[in-house]
Design a binder for this molecule. Structure first.
Ligand code: ADP
Ligand code: MG
Length: 180
């Protein structure tokens, strides 16, 4: 069928809290635009307090992005790792400060539990910035693992998660089709 492609709507989380965070975020967004197709949506930039880290770290810059992806989930993971490598991501120890963290939050409606990939991302409901970002760009998405939509998870967020501090920056959430 001419022009037809099998695509899956996905949501990805971007994070950086080492090096030049603005430049890292900008580079991640540029790469993401290359691998995701319309309809693209971006949350606002969120500056977030590190959670569960073993040392003292600067705050993260986070953005949640959704769009259509033309490959399978493992191909998307490979693309995410390629973006991290391009930004010289190092893994000296678990939860170390990082120049780039690109995580898959949602891959269509699929639940995946392989050695290297868990989708929906297991931390979706434990990270306030994930719910803040997702409810802005994908409020109606149903998360089977939780039996609730993003909007419901957001509204029922426990106080312990809500207290994770966030500073909202930049432009409001954006959702658009690019014209080619
Ligand atoms: P984290 O993101 O948990 O802080 P890393 O970025 O170092 O840690 O990721 C470690 C590994 O987690 C990745 O190499 C990948 O195989 C695995 N992983 C499992 N599920 C996911 C997911 N949904 N998105 C990204 N990576 C994932
Ligand atoms: Mg990661």
């Amino acid at each position: 069928m001419p022009g037809w492609r099998n695509v899956t709507n996905v949501a990805v989380s971007l994070g950086t809290n080492a090096g030049n965070r603005e430049a890292n975020l900008s580079a991640m967004l540029t790469e993401l635009r290359r691998i995701l197709d319309d309809p693209l949506a971006f949350s606002r930039v969120m500056e977030t307090e590190p959670v569960d880290v073993p040392d003292s770290q600067v705050w993260f810059l986070n953005v949640i992005v959704s769009g259509n992806y033309a490959g399978n989930a493992h191909e998307l993971l490979c693309d995410c790792r390629t973006i991290e490598h391009a930004l010289l991501r190092k893994r000296p120890f678990k939860n170390a400060a990082r120049t780039a963290d690109v995580d898959i939050l949602l891959y269509g409606r699929e639940s995946i539990g392989s050695n290297e990939l868990t989708v929906p991302h297991p931390q979706i409901a434990n990270r306030r910035f994930c719910l803040e970002g997702l409810r802005r760009i994908a409020p109606g998405r149903y998360i089977a693992a939780h039996g609730q939509t993003v909007a419901e998870l957001y509204e029922r967020m426990p106080a312990s998660i809500k207290q994770q501090r966030i500073i909202f920056h930049g432009m409001p959430d954006q959702s658009y089709f690019t014209m080619e």
